[in-house]
Design a protein around this ligand. Structure first.
Ligand code: DAT
Ligand code: MG
Length: 142
């Protein structure tokens, strides 16, 4: 997901391009202005944290762009592409390392496990995702 700061800072195309160029396949994409309750459910595991209210305020401050990307090891590799949660710890060359400064404005979200990805896909795309055959498949996988 591209967070409200990523949308406002015109990073949507840049972030999508990185996943496309890597070789992952897009399975769902939409812009949304989620309710606070939806964001609270998304971040339910962090509800006890001191930064939770600020996190929900930030996430509710503007539209987000939600995506599902598919491919071999996409959850693990996608998290590497995002970089560490704190931009000060994110390697240069990662999205967070290249495009942000503070943890509370870290531009993007990525599921941290296949279980959380399945949960988050159901939460954000109850309508389902798109199944399709990419003609590049044989050039990306042996
Ligand atoms: P990630 O987004 O890398 O999965 P997370 O799930 O631990 O990280 O936290 C979710 C978001 O909450 C994170 O992207 C930014 C915010 N956050 C995390 N730790 C924070 C902190 N110490 N102070 C402020 N915001 C924080
Ligand atoms: Mg997380």
């Amino acid at each position: 997901m591209i967070k409200p700061d990523g949308v406002q800072r015109n990073l949507v195309g840049e972030i999508i391009a990185r996943f496309e160029k890597k070789g992952y396949k897009l399975a769902a994409l939409k812009m949304a202005r989620p309710e606070r309750s939806h964001l609270e459910e998304h971040y339910a595991d962090l509800s006890g944290k001191g930064f939770f209210a600020g996190l929900i305020d930030y996430m509710a401050s503007g539209p987000v762009v939600c995506m599902v990307w598919t491919g071999v090891n996409v959850v693990l590799e996608g998290r590497k592409m995002l970089g560490a949660t704190k931009p000060s710890e994110s390697a240069m060359g990662t999205i967070r390392g290249d495009f942000c400064v503070e943890v509370g404005r870290n531009v993007c979200h990525g599921s941290d496990s296949t279980d959380s990805a399945e949960h988050e896909i159901k939460l954000w795309f109850p309508e389902g995702v798109c199944e399709w055959d990419a003609c590049t498949n044989a050039w990306i996988y042996e």
